[in-house]
Design a protein around this ligand. Structure first.
Ligand code: SIN
Length: 269
């Protein structure tokens, strides 16, 4: 059985149907991984993964990279809880970002499984950093190719969504190229994000801000995006080197619970 693939938009995202994630053959898993690298984010409806199956799937991609700021799911340290309580006005991941960019070897992918959904809203939006890199003018691309940017986990210290409570979890800032090559496919992608990037190497934060702000706006313009509308049992997997994502906080007064596992990546060049 092959995956049936339906593209979500011109630049990013695909819905995959026809197979169950908890019983994938090696060929099925290879098809899933290739689709992830091709589309940046893949969405699989009607999967209803339990925690064990979620962990087993993640381990097929690589070692699990346990997030040091999120609360774990009861009994499963490997799974981060992405919970919105009805009284919360902000949500986890409610601004454009790439998971774990503050680490020396940022997470390769994140696997998000819907557990309890609000009656409406709570979509996750994705933006293709490949399409953004591709659309840069040759002059700006040449300049960015010579730059690295600093990423830090400091923003968790100001979190209003119940993350970052443990001060010893914070680590030293790291530098990554502004334009990276994907470790497996070597496609070029823009790799700066508003949550964790602070400045360009050798530039002050003040000097960096106008160009970084321009890049954040440029990279997340609607033409580079897709929107995942969640349904019960749905699972989405995204490659953090290829896309940024944004959790939409438009369901005030309602609860939402997702389970997330991040898979270890490698240093970026
Ligand atoms: C995240 O940023 O990983 C959370 C995404 C979501 O809850 O939609």
């Amino acid at each position: 059985m092959e995956w049936v693939t339906e593209k979500l938009t011109g630049h990013v995202g695909a819905i995959l149907t026809g197979q169950q994630l908890n019983s994938l053959t090696d060929a099925g898993f290879n098809g899933l991984r290739n689709a992830l690298f091709e589309h940046g984010v893949v969405v699989m409806p009607d999967q209803y993964l339990d925690p064990e199956a979620h962990i087993d799937l993640a381990k097929r991609f690589g070692e699990i990279d346990v997030n040091r700021f999120f609360n774990p799911v009861d009994g499963y340290l490997e799974i981060a809880e992405v919970r919105t309580k009805p009284e919360m006005t902000q949500v986890i991941g409610g601004t454009w970002h790439s998971d774990h960019s503050y680490d020396p070897a940022p997470a390769m992918c994140s696997i998000l499984s819907a557990r309890a959904l609000p009656p409406y809203g709570g979509d996750t939006q994705f933006a293709s950093m490949v399409a953004a890199a591709d659309a840069l003018s040759p002059g700006l691309r040449r300049m960015l190719e010579g730059l690295r940017a600093c990423h830090t986990d400091a923003s968790f210290g100001q979190s209003k969504v119940g993350l970052g409570g443990e001060p010893t979890a914070h680590r030293e800032p790291v530098f990554h190229p502004v334009l990276i090559r994907h470790p497996q496919t070597e496609v070029q992608a823009l790799y700066v994000n508003g949550d964790f990037t602070t400045h360009f190497e050798g530039w002050s934060a003040e000097e960096s801000a106008p160009l970084l702000d321009y890049l954040y706006r440029f990279a997340t313009q609607p033409v580079f995006t897709c929107r995942v509308r969640w349904a019960p049992g749905m699972v989405a997997i995204w490659d953090n080197r290829l896309v940024q994502h944004y959790a939409t906080a438009d369901y005030s007064g309602h609860a939402r619970l997702m389970h997330r596992i991040t898979v270890a990546g490698q240093p970026l060049n």
